[in-house]
Structures are given as C-alpha cells and as structure tokens.
Write a protein that binds this ligand. Structure first.
Ligand SMILES: Nc1ncnc2c1ncn2[C@@H]1O[C@H](COP(=O)(O)OP(=O)(O)OP(=O)(O)O)[C@@H](O)[C@H]1O
Ligand SMILES: [Mg+2]
Length: 614
C-alpha cells in the first residue's frame, strides 16, 4: 500500500518540484560553503555514518526480494500446491518486511543521533560566538534575526541535512536495485516503463509545483496573521494600541488578513486534493498499462503471471525514489544555504575580544583610577565622531558626573570603560592599564554598569540577583537588596525573593527595576561603577529611594555617573560638560558656576525645572 502523502519528496525540506528557494541561492552566492568544512563537522561521526549507509543499502537490497518471492508463490507454489514451498516463501515475505523495518529503525536512530550531535555542537558554537560579539553588533543587526538564525537555521539543519543525506542514499540504492531487478524480470516491460514513467513524473511534479505556490502564499498570510496576533495581543502591543487609539484599526487589519486567508485555505485544500487525485490516477494507470502490454502478444514476450505481478510491484516502488532523486538538487541547495548562514555567523570576527597577552588587573587590589587619554570614537554608521579628543581623569574613589545635552556623547564615553565599545583613537586606562589589555572577565569584575535600560531576566528575583554573582549567599543578597532600598519591597511580595519577574520586568516599575539593577551591581562589588541614570522623571519618593541606592552604590568606588538630577551632579567631586563629543568644561560645581559658562546656564535652567541637561 502506498501512502500518497509520503510521495512528496521535498516534504521535509519544505520545497518540491525542482526549484530552489531564490533566497537560498542568494545566500550561497553571497557566502559559498566549502564541502570540506561540512565534512569536518561530520568527521567525528564517520563510522556511524558509514554504518547508516550500510544499513540503507542492506535494507533496500533486502526489500527487493519480495517481488521475487511473490513470483515464486504465483508461478510455482500455488499451481503445484507445494505447501512447504509456499510456507517458506510466505515466511520469507514476512521476514523481509520485519528485517527492513528493524534496519529502518536502527538507521533512523543512528542518523538522528549524529544529526542532533552535530547540531548541538553548532548551536553551542554559534551561541558562544555571538555572545562574544560587541554591543555594536546587536544594535546593527535587525531584532530577531540573531535568534532566528540560531533556532531555525541550526534547528532546521538536523531534519534537512539528515533527511537529504539519508534519502539520497536510500533513493539511489532503491532506484539502481529496482531497475536491475526489473530488467532481470522482463526487459520488454522495462523498456515500456522507460516510456511511461517520465510523463507521469512530469505531470505529478507540475501539480506539486502549483500546490507549492499556493501553500507558500498561504504560509505568508499565516505569518502575517501570526505577527498581527503577536503585535496586537502582547503587553507592549496592547499598550501601544491603547495609547495610540489604534485598537480598531488593528482589529480591522486582522479581519482583512483573516478574510484573505479563507480563500487561500480553500484553494490550498483543493490543490492538495488535486495532487492526490493525480497521484491516484498515475498509480492506477501505470500498472493498468503494464497489464495491457503484458496481454498483447507483441509486447508480452511470453511472461508468466508471477513475473507480471512481481514486475508491477517493483514498478510501483520505483516512483517515489525517482521523484526524490529529481529533487535532490533542491534539498542540497537548501541544506547548503543553512550551513552558509550558520558559518557566516561563526566566521564573524569578534571586534571586542580578549587580548592575546592579557595584563592582570586584580579585582581585589585595583585602586580604580580611570583615565581617558585623547579618546575619539565614531560609530560605524556615524556621520560625525561621537567623541573627539576627550581627556579626563577620575582619581580612585572619586565621582565624575558627565553632563551635557542629549546626544552629546555621555553614554558613549561611559560605554568605553566597560569596553561595550572600544575607542577609535586614544585609550582608556584603569590604574594605568589599557582596558583593551585586560581580559574581559577581569574587566567585568572591576567595572560595574547600571544602565537606564534595566534588563531583568525572566526568572525569580533570586535568580536575577544570582545572575550577577552565582555564589552569593542569601545574607549577601538581602544585604545588597537592603542597601539598594529594594529589600522591603521584595519582602512585601507574597513570594518574596521567589517572585517571578514578568517578561522584561513589566511587573516592576521603572524605579523598582533600577533598584533591582543596583542591588545586582552591589552584589558584584566592582571598584569602578558606571551609572547611566534614567532621564525619565520618577516620583519624589521613588526618586529619593533610587538616589539613596545610588549614593550607597557609589560609596568608596570610582564612579562615573551620567546624572540628570542637579542634586547628584552638585555632590560629584568633578563635573565634565560634554558638547558634541568634546569636553567643553570641567571642574567642581562651585568652580563651574563661578565660570558662568555652559554649565552655569544648564544649572540655571535646572533650578527652574529640577532636572538637568534635558
Ligand atoms: N549605536 C549607535 N550607532 C550610531 N550612532 C549612535 C549610536 N548610539 C549613539 N549614537 C550617536 O552618537 C551620539 C552620542 O550618543 P550618546 O548616546 O552617547 O548621547 P548621550 O549624551 O548619552 O545622550 P542622552 O542624554 O540622550 O542619553 C549621538 O549623536 C547618537 O545619535
Ligand atoms: Mg545616554
């Protein structure tokens, strides 16, 4: 019995009908893949793979015995009423099926294991490699693309690659074996098959292609609908919809897409039905033609009934592997495109990485003097430098406040200390050691960053705090939370430290998230602290709490703070005023007010608004 739906050779690869995906071709054009590199991935598993091929060849060959057994039954055992022969032949048929089935299970087990192991290795390698990329890489890459490559491309590899390889092997052996067996049974009918098969295959492929086109269209619409659900019914989406009053428009758009999908679904179902109908006609038609040929004296060649039955059976098994072989090019292209995409990521140079010969900066003994010397920085796509010739020194334990209008380069300057960016010219040193000469691990222990874009992991508060320092004890955690003015808040929650922080921390207010982030940093206890304070105005009480947490955090540490509140700035040991990427003034609050320049003007405005620089 032939399972019709199993006849689509590109089923698992997603495409059939002999046309490679243009996106895949473009990908391979852009970054071709060397075969040796793919082979190297599978190298460690070569014995298992050899076994897989052996299993495939064995089971395809064994399966060929069935038609000959059928012939034996019809031509010999039945007419002669030879019961022992009949018993042997029937037992043989059952045995062939049983053996090929078991071999098939073994083969699937082996090939899936190999495929999954290779995929696991790649997935881990890509993840690790991407994590080492600089922040700049992620701001440059379209959101979601990184995640999609990791999950879909590496994930798709197992099914596409293993199924391409195993079906190529099994289809080849089956086609060769079947062809030989057919010729052995009857060369006349084999010749007839040569005439009949090609048009049948061409017809089937044409129908499959039509169906594929409709299915692809339906897929696109489904994806549209999916993203609309995502946009319309997520926390941020609903928030946006409500605040922009875009709800009704969103509903209307959804209804439109959903409505178009109705027609497409009907067409797609019909196309599927048509394809099955074509296949049934082909499958009924070819044996019928063979019977006809066998009945005509000119073509029969005096064959026995057993040979005829055996031949039709063989002929039936030829169709599927032939179709599969015709699509091998497409499957290969999509497999290679997957490799190409994954290799592209693996080959990305790490622009901010560990130095070849690291200088040790001991987190325990570092004093924490930070110095910017002639620092210039330009974003890869920036039309003007974000920083230009900045010279600043922050003595160990002192506080430097960076002020300046929006876009003046404050965050950029601060980002250089933790090597979120590397300066284009000049250097940043801690205790005289260039931060680029220190390992990233050491630097992370020395420099702590609390950014205004607080990111909380989806997990409990405890997990979020432990993320900063996995070996922190409960007492240390509570102490950090207390100093960050957030312990009381956590303790008041029903689940306390085991409260799950919702997706992206939506559960907490901005001020609460900031204090959690400060607690995280306090746990790490870095010598140098970089604070990029939120510009958003917090209510008075929250602000006081955050301020207290920040004061606590900066005590005894070298602190570089980007402050928008006059109170924070006033207390800083030193203030640097940035303008268009350069330091235009620096000194203490009193000295700068005295000077009556840009800072004095900012302060004048701030005294009216209580907020500085924005
Ligand atoms: N990832 C980026 N790619 C390109 N240009 C950037 C990037 N980030 C910042 N810039 C540009 O660099 C300049 C300095 O930006 P920066 O974020 O340092 O300003 P800022 O002083 O922190 O401003 P704000 O007070 O608004 O936070 C701006 O002109 C900004 O547009
Ligand atoms: Mg900023």
């Amino acid at each position: 019995m032939v399972v019709i739906d199993d006849l689509d050779p590109g089923r698992r690869g997603g495409r059939s009908g002999g046309r490679p995906d243009p996106a895949d071709l473009a990908q391979l054009e852009r970054s071709p893949v060397r075969w040796s590199r793919v082979a190297a991935l599978f190298g460690p598993h070569r014995w298992q793979l050899a076994l897989v091929v052996a299993l495939i060849v064995a089971s395809s060959t064994i399966a060929l015995a069935t038609p000959f057994l059928v012939r034996l039954v019809i031509d010999e055992a039945l007419p002669r009423q030879d019961v022992p022969l009949l018993a042997w032949a029937v037992a043989g048929m059952v045995a062939v099926t049983a053996v090929t089935a078991v071999l098939g299970v073994l083969q699937t087990w082996l090939s899936t294991t190999v495929g999954q192991h290779v995929m696991h290795g790649l997935r881990t390698a890509v993840f690790t490699h991407l994590q080492r990329q600089s922040l700049g890489f992620f701001t440059r890459t379209r959101g979601g693309e990184v995640q999609s490559r990791l999950m879909n491309d590496v994930g798709g590899m197992q099914s596409v690659v293993t199924s391409t390889a195993t079906s190529a092997a099994s289809n080849t052996t089956t086609v060769i074996g079947t062809a030989v067996a057919m010729a052995a049974l009857s060369w006349r009918l084999s010749l007839l098959s040569l005439v009949v098969l090609p048009p049948a295959i061409a017809l089937t492929r044409k129908v499959a292609r039509m169906r594929q086109a409709i299915t692809a269209q339906r897929q696109r619409h489904l994806a549209d609908l999916h993203s609309q659900v995502e946009e319309g019914l997520s926390v941020s989406g609903v928030l946006l919809g409500k605040t922009l009053g875009a709800g009704p428009a969103q509903s209307q758009r959804f209804a439109g897409t959903s409505d178009e999908l109705v027609g497409l679904e009907v067409r797609s179902q019909l196309a599927g039905r048509w394809r099955m109908a074509t296949m049934s006609i082909v499958f009924a038609g070819i044996p019928a033609l063979i019977y006809l040929a066998a009945g005509l004296p000119a073509t029969s060649g005096g064959m026995t009934i057993g040979t005829l039955v055996a031949f039709t059976a063989l002929q039936g098994t030829l169709f599927r592997p032939l179709m599969g072989l015709l699509d091998i090019g497409v499957s290969l292209t999509s497999s290679m495109a997957l490799f190409s995409r994954v290799f592209e990521y693996l080959d990305l140079p790490v622009d901010i990485g560990d130095p070849a010969h690291p200088v040790r900066l001991d987190p325990a003994t570092v004093r924490g003097e930070v110095r910017f010397s002639a620092v210039g920085f330009r974003y890869p796509d920036g039309h003007r430098p974000a920083l230009d010739d900045v010279d600043l020194t922050v003595p160990a334990g002192a506080t430097l406040a960076l002020v300046g209008e929006t876009g003046s380069g404050k965050s950029t300057l601060a980002s250089l200390v933790a090597r979120l960016n590397d300066p284009t010219t000049g250097r940043v040193t801690i205790d005289g050691v260039d931060v680029r000469d220190v390992t990233l691990a050491d630097l992370a222990r020395v420099v702590g960053v609390v950014s205004l874009e607080t990111y909380l992991l989806h997990g409990t508060i405890r997990e979020n705090l432990r993320h900063a320092r996995p070996d922190a004890t409960v007492a240390e955690m509570v102490d950090a939370a207390r100093r960050a003015q957030v312990h009381d808040l956590i303790a008041a929650l029903p689940a306390g430290y085991d409260t799950v922080v919702g997706a992206r921390g939506h559960r907490f207010s901005g001020g609460e998230k900031q204090r959690l982030a400060i607690a995280r940093t306090l746990l790490r206890d870095p010598r140098v602290l970089v604070l990029d304070e939120a510009t958003s105005a917090l209510d008075n009480e929250t602000e006081r709490a955050v301020q207290a947490a920040l004061d606590e955090a900066s005590r005894g540490r070298t602190t570089i703070t980007i402050a928008h509140r006059l109170s924070t700035v006033r207390d800083a040991d030193r203030i640097a005023v940035l303008h268009a990427g350069t330091v235009v003034e620096q000194g203490t609050h009193e000295a700068l007010v005295e000077r009556d320049g840009r800072y004095a003007r900012l302060v004048g405005a701030a005294e009216r608004d209580a907020v500085l620089a924005v």
